[in-house]
Design a protein around this ligand. Structure first.
Ligand SMILES: Nc1ncnc2c1ncn2[C@@H]1O[C@H](COP(=O)(O)OP(=O)(O)OP(=O)(O)O)[C@@H](O)[C@H]1O
Length: 411
């Protein structure tokens, strides 16, 4: 799937006007503070249900407003086959209100996008909508006009992967970042993963409460442990399957690089406990330790992807530039994992040009092109594909200028 239309209302400084994107490459350019990242952030909301740069919805809602809305129209994208694409509109002509004249009933004004309404006759493959009232603390999600309860319903349609300067924490940061990275793929590969992981996290929090409660009721604890063991194995099995797929794609990419360190890199999935032993046994034998700490120390909440060179974490060995290469290859490998499943990743590349030299930029652009994914890239200056990525052909390229939150398409 690719996002071909976006409309926001009361989202940061963005104007409430529909924008029609390319299912392939989109360059968003404009001065500092014009609204480029806000545009990417709005797209991100449709795929991850939150901002990729701040933790609170409050920061995103336009000043003096209390509710924002993001609406997206998807088409089948650039992938051949795969994915559900019934009724897809691959023409790129978009109609934000097709089949739903009140734009998902999110209060998007009906009058303004009249021209778009008349121009686009056909419907989208899917329509996604998210609105958040920060006063009422209420989120409304819709897919194809129907209310849905879980964010996963939106996320499944639009796998969004962000590459911004913070992405390098995947290597340099703690295990949580790498777990998040892996789980993003697991969620898209294994349908039941999201639910199992949520249940598992609930049990962890109940276990933690019991562990903090001074005297532990061993019968109650064993009951939690049995449930925890079951869910942990479900979560871990899904992670293991996806990790194997990821590793295969990643080695393939590494094999194509001429980086000397690539030969020495060891990549390993750590499930969060010594997997040779059943988790329930590990928990019993570490009861005292967990009681002292007051929380769960073993299990999938401690999982990690361990990246090592000569037995040491790569962050201690590789230069920052080498770490960047590594993270970019990891992100591309994620896209490769999803591709055979008919899932097209929408990559949001924010402020990344300044972080990467031209060799890295070219590598990234070339791989993304081969992956046939949808790309949004921000830049301070107006650029053509030739100046951005010399020597790389860029299919279906669209350029947008952002000025004071107004997004204008250029041809
Ligand atoms: N909640 C909000 N309501 C209205 N305006 C906001 C809100 N939050 C941020 N802004 C403003 O929106 C503008 C766009 O910010 P954004 O980060 O998208 O800019 P940018 O084009 O990515 O800039 P840069 O190139 O510096 O990264 C800024 O001027 C910012 O002050």
């Amino acid at each position: 799937m690719a996002l071909i239309t976006l409309q926001t209302e009361h989202f940061r400084n963005l104007a409430a006007k529909p924008v029609n994107f390319s299912p392939a490459f989109n360059l968003i350019y404009g001065a500092n503070g014009s609204g480029k990242t806000s545009l990417l952030e709005a797209i991100g909301y449709l795929g991850i249900g939150r901002s990729f740069r701040v933790s609170r919805h409050q920061a995103v809602v336009q000043h003096l407003q209390q509710k924002f809305t993001v609406f997206g129209g998807l088409d089948a994208g650039t992938l051949d086959g795969g994915g559900s694409n019934s009724g897809a509109n691959s023409s790129g002509v978009s109609n934000p209100y097709a089949g739903n004249s009140d734009a998902l009933n999110f209060g998007i004004p009906n009058s303004e996008p009249k021209a778009a309404l008349e121009a686009g006759a056909s419907s989208y493959a899917h329509r996604l909508g998210i609105s958040r009232d920060v006063g009422l603390k209420e989120t409304v999600l819709r897919v194809d006009g129907e209310p849905v309860r879980n964010l996963s319903a939106l996320a499944r349609h639009l796998p969004v992967s962000v590459i911004d300067p913070g992405v390098f924490d995947i290597v340099a940061g703690g295990p949580g970042k790498r777990r998040q990275f892996l789980d993003w793929s697991v969620f898209h590969v294994e349908r039941s993963f999201g639910g199992a992981w949520q249940q598992c996290q609930r049990v962890i929090s109940q276990r933690n409460q019991t562990l903090r409660n001074g005297r532990i009721d061993e019968t109650l604890m064993r009951a939690w442990d049995a449930q925890y063991d079951l869910l942990s194995n479900r979560v871990t099995d899904a992670r293991l399957v996806t990790f194997a797929m990821f590793k295969e794609a990643f080695w393939l990419l590494l094999g194509e690089t001429d980086a000397a360190w690539a030969n020495e890199l060891k990549l390993e999935f750590y499930p969060g406990w010594d997997h040779a032993q059943p988790l329930s046994e590990v928990l019993v034998s570490h009861r005292d330790q967990e009681r002292r700490m007051g929380h769960t120390l073993y299990g999938p909440n401690r999982a990690d992807i361990r990246l090592k060179i000569q037995g040491r974490p790569v962050a201690e060995i590789l230069s920052r530039g080498q770490q960047k290469t590594l993270v970019i290859l990891m992100k591309i490998a994620q896209g490769m994992v999803l591709r055979p499943l008919g899932k097209q990743v929408t990559f949001l590349l924010d402020d990344i040009n300044a972080e990467l030299d031209s060799r890295h930029r070219q590598m990234l652009a070339e791989k993304l092109r081969l992956l046939q994914c949808q790309v949004f890239i921000t830049s301070i200056e107006q650029q053509t594909p030739d100046t951005l990525w010399p020597g790389i052909t860029t299919p279906d390229f669209k350029m947008f200028h952002v000025e004071h939150g107004q997004v204008t398409g250029e041809h």
